[in-house]
Design a protein around this ligand. Structure first.
Ligand SMILES: Nc1ncnc2c1ncn2[C@@H]1O[C@H](COP(=O)(O)OP(=O)(O)OP(=O)(O)O)[C@@H](O)[C@H]1O
Length: 630
């Protein structure tokens, strides 16, 4: 029999398994049992959709056969089985949808993380064995084939003695025991039983094993005899259908990690049962960190949908609003028909009711987390807060009321995150607005000259550092009747009447020079004005109209922004109390050519402070140099 080589990725993975120092080798059993259960599931679907399959749900089972004498462990199922071709493609290659991601991640991680993250499936058998065989007969097929491999060099497939029913036996020869690893333990009934309880208790088909027992000999009072009896080792009740108080935290977490391929425990478990218009169980999780593809187009949101314990859809997107797309989990309802099509499902009123309940539950869990486990919530928010902010903005603000209290912001008050309610509670008595300032990072926003006057009044400022933030705040408009106001707005309303009059006087006195500066800037700004925001800095840029500088940056960075670039209407503000201003007024009287250069310099400086691109960096540098050499 010629040995066929494994596909490159498979070989890589196999090598990893064979030389694994992974401490949880026992998971091989879970992986093989879950494959067996998947294979039965596939066949079970057939019994639902096709008539006269001759199959009966009660006949389905997984069998574990330990053979101590020959150091073999067999995991058998009477599921769909595999044809010769399927044995080759399924076991000779990594055909999983995640294989590409696997390839990319492969190089970077130690084996522990790979094993945990990808649920390496069938090949995990090679962690405990040097020789693995799969004997399989496909449903509807007449022949049985034997796939076998001694490891990374390749595998063979050949016909063999016919199995009685369709299904697969995975036969593994356990490695010899070493000082550190007692592979023989996997033949021990006690070990097998506890591993199955630990990892595979919720498998929906019975996992059976012949167990040695002893009993009093008939007619005897003290003589015992041993006998074997087949026992079902798993309780079969899906975890989500059990009572909360019967489930340990570890079980919840293990279930999550197995099912959703995460190697970290989840941040939170949400388990609910509802009766009434829609009766359903839901088991949902907040991941501890955003999946690597979460903020990409590839990420698909959705909950698994079960009808009475049978999976009918893997990612039912209609069950989750976009702003909760990070939630992983499942919904199981007896009200939904097994054969319901995707199209029909979308219009199913019960599904809408379920989605509504699920959404409310997630919201209230997040609220309670924010209130009672602040640190956890902040960690959650760092991962997924962006999604909530998109939610506020989405659909013209339709969901803003549900989400506004879940938002956190950095503020000028210190390092801690703040909710809007906390900000408002701290507002000074005479403070009319919720002030905000935008920039790339907290450090950069902190340095913005525009924040000077607001801070000078002792008012706190929200620091908006994500591109979506300002859009979200604009959609919110108000919080507890307090309007949001950008520190760059021209109507900050911070001055007293007296200060206002004085400012108006100064504007009047300098209006010709301001008009000259504006002209000198050649259409780059809508106006040049005397600032009411600056204390120590000479200039800053603000905007008039709906588009701010930050929004200009965001909108122009969108993929389709190439043709119609958005431009904020810029206003150059000058600090009349700064020595530079005095210089400007002098130049207005003595050297207007030079004043033009100064106007250009000040404008470029303001752009730099704002983190906006400057038109001509070389000209700017030349201007500075000629000033230096004057
Ligand atoms: N007992 C079995 N009966 C029928 N097909 C099987 C059985 N075990 C494995 N297979 C087939 O081999 C394929 C590869 O199995 P493997 O465990 O490596 O990956 P997977 O089950 O697809 O993914 P994962 O285990 O990571 O969820 C399966 O997708 C399935 O088609």
């Amino acid at each position: 029999m010629p040995i066929k080589p494994f596909q490159a990725e498979s070989k890589h993975l196999l090598d990893l398994m064979i030389h694994s120092i992974y401490t949880h080798k026992e998971i091989f059993l879970r992986e093989l049992i879950s494959n067996a259960s998947d294979a039965i599931d596939k066949l079970y679907y057939k019994t639902l959709s096709e008539e006269n399959t001759g199959l009966n749900r009660d006949d389905f089972a997984i069998r574990i056969v330990p053979d101590k004498e020959n150091r073999k462990l067999t995991i058998s199922d009477n599921g769909c089985g595999m044809t010769r071709e399927e044995l080759e493609t399924n076991l000779g290659t990594i055909a999983k949808s995640g294989s590409l991601d696997f390839k990319n991640e492969f190089e970077k991680k130690p084996d522990i993380e790979i094993i945990g993250q990808f649920g390496v499936g069938f090949y995990s058998a090679f962690m405990v064995s040097d020789h693995v065989a799969a004997v399989s007969r496909a449903f509807g097929g007449d022949e049985t084939f034997r796939w076998e491999s001694h490891g990374a060099e390749g595998y063979t497939v050949e016909p063999c003695e016919k199995r009685e029913t369709c299904g697969t036996d995975i036969i593994i020869d356990l490695k010899p025991d070493t000082e550190d690893e007692k592979y023989g333990e996997y033949l021990d009934a006690y070990t097998l039983r506890s591993l199955i309880k630990k990892y595979s208790d919720y498998i929906r088909y019975p996992i059976r094993m012949n167990v040695e027992k002893s009993r009093l000999k008939e007619g005897s009072k003290d003589e015992y005899e041993s006998y074997t009896e087949e026992e079902t080792l798993n309780s079969m009740v899906p975890l989500w259908r059990k009572n909360k108080n019967e489930i340990t935290k570890e079980q919840y977490h293990q279930f999550y990690k197995d099912k959703f391929m995460d190697y970290e425990d989840p941040a939170r478990v949400i388990h609910m049962y509802t009766e009434g218009v829609a009766t359903f169980h839901a088991l949902m999780y907040l991941p501890a960190r955003a999946p690597y593809d979460f903020y990409t187009k590839e990420y698909e949101k959705g909950l698994q949908l079960y009808s009475n314990g049978v999976l009918i859809m893997d990612k039912c997107a209609d069950l989750l609003p976009d702003y909760f797309s990070f939630v992983r989990g499942l919904v199981d309802s007896q009200d939904l028909s097994l054969n319901i099509s995707r199209e029909m499902l979308q219009h199913d009123r019960r599904l809408t009711v379920i989605a509504g309940r699920v959404e409310k539950k997630i919201q209230s869990e997040l609220e309670s987390m924010l209130k009672n486990e602040r640190e956890d919530y902040e960690k959650f928010f760092r991962n997924f807060g962006l999604q909530l902010k998109y939610g506020v903005y989405q659909d013209f603000g339709a969901h803003k009321d549900a989400l506004k209290d879940l938002l956190l912001f950095h503020t000028s008050a210190g390092e801690k995150y703040s909710t809007l309610a906390e900000y408002v509670a701290r507002m000074k008595e005479d403070q009319k607005y919720i002030y905000y300032a935008c920039g790339e990072t907290v450090q950069k926003v902190e340095l913005l000259p525009q924040t000077e006057a607001v801070k000078d009044h002792g008012y706190e400022i929200l620091y908006l550092t994500d591109p979506i933030d300002e859009f979200a705040v604009r959609v919110l408009e108000k919080y507890q009747d307090k309007e949001f106001k950008s520190v760059s707005a021209d109507d900050l309303d911070l001055e007293t009447e007296e200060e206002k009059q004085e400012a108006a006087k100064k504007v009047e006195e300098n209006k010709d020079m301001l008009a000259f500066l504006k002209d000198a800037l050649n259409g780059k700004v809508k106006a040049v004005v005397l600032s009411n925001k600056l204390k120590t800095h000479p200039v800053c840029l603000t905007t008039s109209g709906a588009i701010s500088m930050e929004m200009e940056k965001v909108l122009n960075s969108l993929p389709n922004a190439e043709q119609d670039k958005v431009k904020a209407q810029r206003v150059l503000e000058i600090n009349a109390n700064h020595p530079v201003f005095e210089k400007l007024t002098k130049l207005y009287d003595s050297d207007r050519e030079k004043l033009k250069t100064y106007a250009s310099l000040l404008y470029t400086q303001a752009l730099l402070i704002e983190g906006a691109p400057i038109d001509d960096p070389v000209a700017f540098s030349n201007q500075i140099c000629s000033l230096m050499t004057e």
